[in-house]
Design a protein around this ligand. Structure first.
Ligand SMILES: [Mn+2]
Length: 460
């Protein structure tokens, strides 16, 4: 299959920029450089940009993620990257920055940043304009920077080899969480589809994108689990753990993610103390629609996004950091979706003595699949269409609803988190969840309310 079969949507401005870029012959010496701590998106962008720009030399920073290092050690013969040290910086005419938009994210470019005669191109997918003064800036909200460069290659009808396609797809997969992160766009999927057609090898990708989880990470995870505590904080279940580590341990964030999943909390924080360096590293992970970990970490001088964040605290004891963390969470006011935002009310109910025939009529009239049964003000049961379907004779249809309703009713209170309510609906496979306050049913959460929640249909 040909690359040209792919429809790539681009706006007119980009098309103009592209044709200007590709028609002019580039300056004599061009280099491409990605951000330091090179991940697969950075490495793939680096390789793709050097293909796109023809003669541009790909420069590999010295700090490289462990997964990328493993990949490079196997593919040494295929990809040749140059260290910046080996180049004459004065002789460089054009700098092409990929997967970054700030000088601070690049390694060893202090001298280049000062040169006013340097032509700079930026290809990036991070938010913010950054501080690099570029003559060509391709900055788009995509799941991966690689996507943009793959599109440019497709446009130029440059077909990647299967090995290049594998690297490019690893870049897209890594930055989009295998095309599942909310930042993923249709363009990332089109680029991924094209790369599969170019025979990207998913087995290789599966092997190279495996999280760093070896004996050392396992030991840390086991240690954390042995002391795991769950506490209730506001509407969330959270866990804060502390541990001493020595030196740099790769993959700690992944270990914290695993820890959160196993301990089964909405939010997990681990405070790793490095005595030698006299500092504590806090790593936080949270589930969907839970506490915004990035915002809490910013209060500690770190950063991140809603699901993941970290902060480095110098010269502090872990106990002190934990107290500070609790205070930050206390101060941080986020208004998550509340049970009361989601529930339907007023609640239609039937009395326990109503015959089943009438209950069916009420359900039909309201178009409901089930209802609560309320005696006076007290919730006594739930009846659903499923129960109606079990009726076989007229005697049963004349019997009161209390003979057929389920009395073991799962309920929530307005103090529960929405995430918890969703868990209950799924866990018990029930269609509705009455919301109880002071012994009275004040609302009900149904499957359709759950859909509204999951698909973010609630106005902010
Ligand atoms: Mn990236």
């Amino acid at each position: 299959m040909q690359a040209a079969n792919f429809q790539v949507t681009k706006n007119r401005q980009n098309a103009v920029l592209m044709s200007a870029l590709l028609s002019t012959k580039g300056p004599e010496v061009q280099i491409v450089i990605p951000h330091k701590n090179v991940d697969f998106d950075a490495l793939a962008s680096l390789a793709a940009a050097s293909m796109l720009y023809g003669e541009a030399k790909p420069v590999l920073p010295t700090s490289v993620n462990p997964n990328v290092r493993a990949f490079l050690s196997i593919h040494k013969d295929i990809f040749s990257f140059e260290p910046l040290k080996s180049l004459d910086l004065e002789a460089i005419d054009r700098l092409i920055v990929v997967d970054a938009n700030r000088w601070g994210r690049l390694e060893g470019t202090g001298h280049l940043a000062k040169r006013s005669d340097l032509d700079i191109h930026v290809w990036d997918h991070h938010p913010g304009v950054g501080d690099i003064n570029a003559s060509l800036r391709r900055q788009e909200a995509l799941g991966a920077a690689t996507t943009m460069l793959v599109e440019a290659l497709m446009e130029k009808h440059v077909l990647p080899s299967p090995i290049h396609a594998t690297l490019f797809l690893a870049g897209i997969y890594e930055d989009t969480g295998h095309l599942t992160f909310p930042s993923t766009t249709p363009r990332d999927l089109r680029a991924a589809a094209f790369l599969l057609e170019m025979h990207a090898d998913l087995k290789v990708i599966q092997a190279v994108l495996r999280p760093t989880y070896g004996p050392r990470q396992k030991e840390i995870l086991f240690h954390l689990l042995a002391d795991a505590k769950r506490i209730n904080f506001k509407a969330y279940k959270i866990s804060i753990a502390r541990m001493d580590i020595e030196g740099h341990v790769p993959g700690l964030a992944e270990v914290v993610s695993m820890y959160r999943n196993i301990v089964n909390v909405d939010v997990a924080f681990v405070i790793f103390r490095d005595r030698q360096k006299d500092r504590c590293m806090v790593i936080g992970r949270s589930g969907a629609d839970s506490l915004d970990v990035g915002a809490v970490m910013r209060l500690l001088g770190g950063g991140g996004h809603s699901g993941a964040g970290s902060a480095m605290v110098k010269s502090a004891e872990p106990e002190g950091v934990e107290t500070w963390l609790m205070e930050a969470m206390q101060d941080y006011r986020q208004l998550p979706v509340q049970i009361s935002d989601l529930m339907s009310f007023p609640v239609e109910s039937v009395p326990p003595d109503m015959p089943m025939r009438e209950v069916e009529a009420v359900l039909n009239r309201l178009g409901y699949s089930g209802m609560v049964v309320i005696d006076g003000e007290k919730l006594v049961g739930v009846i659903s269409r499923r129960d109606l379907n079990k009726l076989t004779n007229d005697g049963q249809w004349r019997s009161p609803v209390k003979a057929f309703m389920s009395t073991n009713v799962i309920t929530v209170t307005p103090l529960h988190s929405v995430a918890e309510a969703m868990r209950l609906l799924v866990k018990h496979d029930i269609g509705r969840l009455p919301v109880i306050e002071n012994g009275r049913v004040i609302g009900i959460i149904s499957r359709s309310d759950a859909m509204i929640y999951y698909y973010d249909l609630i106005p902010e």
